[in-house]
Design a protein around this ligand. Structure first.
Ligand SMILES: [Cu+2]
Length: 433
């Protein structure tokens, strides 16, 4: 940290010194009256031309170095989904077109600047128009671009309009975390409504009991505020509280009443015991996502507050979670967590991560440990102060391992939301799929 700071200071000072030197040089030249600034010598032009070439080589070298370090892939390691491979192929296809064009055009740009630098005796030829040239630089890019666009569009359609539904899993985003919900044996998620979201019903699931609970909660608040207002009156019926406080309490009261009214207006009572709402009975809320290898899944995303961006980097899957609407993404994982951990490139990467991790642990006097690779769900949209906390572990496993996990309901039904422990038993859900 300190070292980096010193480097920044030194570089900044160097630039300031350089600018000051240039100023002095300029002044000195003026004093000497040797030449005005407009006269540029052949030597100076040549120097500029050569610097163009130097810059070109540095630019190319830096680009190649970056590619060698970060690779050309769309994410870490081999894509772990069926469509992920398609996305990586698409990206590689683009690279193979972009890189030759990048090197070719930049070479021409700098090479011509070098070759045709200004010389007194030389005169540039004047060409006002050339149809052939226009045709070449219009038609060739158009053909190449249409290849890129058609291939991209085809891949997009295959990924987004894939008919296979598979298991449905909902991912609910909030500031700052995720809740996942399996659709259960009927593979249909129970309806949910933002207006019913509470500490015990974080997804806002609609059913008789959650509505009742919410009403109890609202009534309690209404009673509290009403009592508070009544108790603060004197014998003449005047409030002892400040006018500001009274209007705030009244506002709060109206808000709670309005919430109840909205819930009542928004939920069709006739439908309440129909299958639409009963499908929530077998939904399972979890704190990590378990997936079975080679099985198709449909992820449905909702957001409670702001736009989040669910991102599975190893699956090459990302889509926004937008408040007030549902988005979805279909994917089929192809590599289990265990298989991924055993891959040589992954092992080497994590060996390095462990070296850094344990160095830090030693520094703060903590015991060393081995951290292992895991798939992860991240938020890829800066959504507030706790954005970086939005992580959810994802495990890809065999059917047997998954069955064992889903049937054991201790570790998956409890979950902490902003520090409070939530008891999931109050939200209706059965343990088995
Ligand atoms: Cu977020």
């Amino acid at each position: 940290m300190e070292g980096k700071f010193i480097i920044v200071v030194v570089v900044a000072l160097f630039f300031i010194a350089f600018i000051q030197l240039m100023k002095i040089y300029d002044l000195a030249a003026k004093v000497r009256g040797k030449k005005s600034q407009e006269v540029i010598t052949r030597g100076e032009n040549m120097l500029m031309a050569n610097l163009m070439l130097v810059f070109m080589f540095a630019f190319f070298g830096f680009t190649i170095w970056l590619i060698s370090i970060y690779g050309a892939s769309a994410g870490l390691y081999e894509a772990a989904t069926v469509h992920g491979k398609q996305i990586d192929d698409l990206l590689m296809f683009n690279w193979w077109i972009i890189l030759p064009v990048f090197f070719g055009t930049n070479f021409l740009l700098f090479f011509f600047s070098w070759k045709y630098y200004h010389r007194e005796e030389r005169k540039a030829s004047y060409i006002s128009h050339n149809n052939k040239l226009e045709l070449v630089w219009t038609v060739i890019p158009a053909i190449v671009l249409s290849f890129i666009v058609i291939y991209g569009l085809r891949t997009w359609n295959e990924i987004m309009y894939n008919k296979e539904e598979g298991q449905v899993i909902e991912v609910y985003a909030y500031q700052f975390g995720w809740i996942a919900r399996y659709a259960g044996s009927d593979n249909t998620l129970g309806k949910a409504d933002f207006k019913l979201v509470s500490a015990t019903n974080p997804l806002g699931i609609i059913n008789d009991s959650t509505i009742k609970e919410t009403y109890v909660e609202i009534d309690k608040k209404v009673n509290q505020i009403t009592k508070k207002l009544q108790n603060s009156k004197n014998e003449n019926g005047e409030y002892l509280l400040s006018a500001k406080k009274v209007s705030k309490l009244k506002e709060e009261l109206a808000k709670n009443k309005r919430r109840k009214y909205r819930i009542e207006a928004g939920i069709d009572r006739k439908e309440l015991n129909s299958s639409v709402y009963e499908s929530s009975n077998d939904d399972i809320q979890v704190q990590e996502i378990h997936l079975v290898k080679d099985q198709p899944y449909t992820f449905k995303f909702r957001s409670r507050d702001v736009i989040h961006c669910p991102w599975f980097p190893h699956f090459r899957a990302q889509i926004n979670a937008v408040p007030g609407m549902e988005t979805n993404f279909k994917l089929t994982p192809t590599i289990t967590t265990m298989e991924m951990r055993a891959r040589p490139d992954v092992m080497e990467h994590w060996r390095n991560i462990n070296v850094i991790h344990n160095e830090r642990k030693r520094k703060i006097g903590e015991e060393e440990e081995e951290v292992l690779f895991d798939y992860i769900l991240l938020c890829n949209k800066i959504c507030g102060a706790g954005h970086s906390n939005m992580q959810l572990k994802v495990i890809v496993e065999t059917q047997d391992e998954f069955d064992k996990w889903i049937q054991n309901n201790d570790d998956k039904k409890r979950l902490t939301i902003s520090g409070e422990e939530v008891d999931w038993s109050t939200t209706k859900s059965k343990a088995s799929l």
